[in-house]
Write a protein that binds this ligand. Sequence first.
Ligand code: NDP
Ligand code: CA
Length: 313
Amino acid sequence: EDTPLVSRRFVNIEHPERDDITKLSSKIRVLQWNILSQSLGESVDNFVACPESALEWRRRRQQLSEEIVRSQPDIICLQEVDHFNYFQKTLSTQGFKGIFFPKPDSPCIYIKDNNGPDGCAIFYKEDRFDLVRSENRILEVWTVQSNQVGVLAILKDLESGQELCVATTHLKARSGALLSTLRNEQGKDLLDFVQANAEQRPVILCGDFNAEPIEPIYSTVLGHDLLRLGSAYRYPSGQEPAYTTWKIREEGEVRQSIDYIFYSEEHFQVDALLQFPDGEEIGEGRVPSFRYPSDHFSLVCDLTLVRTNGNET
Ligand code: NDP
Ligand code: CA
């Protein structure tokens, strides 16, 4: 049946007039989303408040595409992708091209009737960007490869002529001191990977970091002395949103802010953010549900390329 997606709206971010800033492009709309792997969602996750029929692939794929396309992004970063071919096919009809890198030992492949490993993907609008090159990385922890990956694209913005570095990741899940240390190490390796490829280019780094802002990895990302990243969703309150994922498992309700869009602050201005639906709109069973196809919400922001004309004194 036809069930409308939860409704969402964009909020514009106001900036004080600054004559030392030159805009180099129109907005670049970036979408970040852990889409919930089909195999994991049906077999492992145990969303006790979600009817099984809401998780049928034929229903979900329609809603996943709709959620992506309705916000009209230029760049899309996805995690838990175990149907890359489907997205490549549907999103190509909307003018996107994509790259994909699977996890080396994805838990999906151990599930009956799986559709292959899950991984991270980046899609970009072909009429806006040229792909200069792409890189993949199996993230290392103390020089040993882990089961988490990073995917990176150097894109040339055809409007401004500027090259950008776009990267995405899905860090190790679950809580505990050891795991938050592990995520921090994975994140450091990811930042090295991004820095090595970005060089001086503007950076957009999106992902499911599986870490709330109190975890070490959050400060590691924002404290990187060369990349100088900010978190888009800290506008306008100065704080991360209350949640980016909200689900009910057997153990209870899980409501956390663990997904981020980071960007190099000297290169971009944040002009708009897609707000999260409130608890009432989401519904008692939280997500996934008949009205939303993942346990994570998509993050969407408008970034404008800027140049700061420093006071040369
Ligand atoms: P992660 O710990 O990173 O988690 C993998 C996935 O599980 C993530 O996509 C995560 O989603 C999801 N997840 C997180 N918390 C829960 C939860 N409470 N219940 C259900 N799903 C959850 O795993 P790794 O990639 O490091 O792989 C290791 C895992 O793979 C092991 O935990 C094991 O279960 C499985 N495995 C199984 C094998 C087998 O023979 N059956 C062999 C090898 C691995 P999110 O990020 O959204 O939280
Ligand atoms: Ca998941």
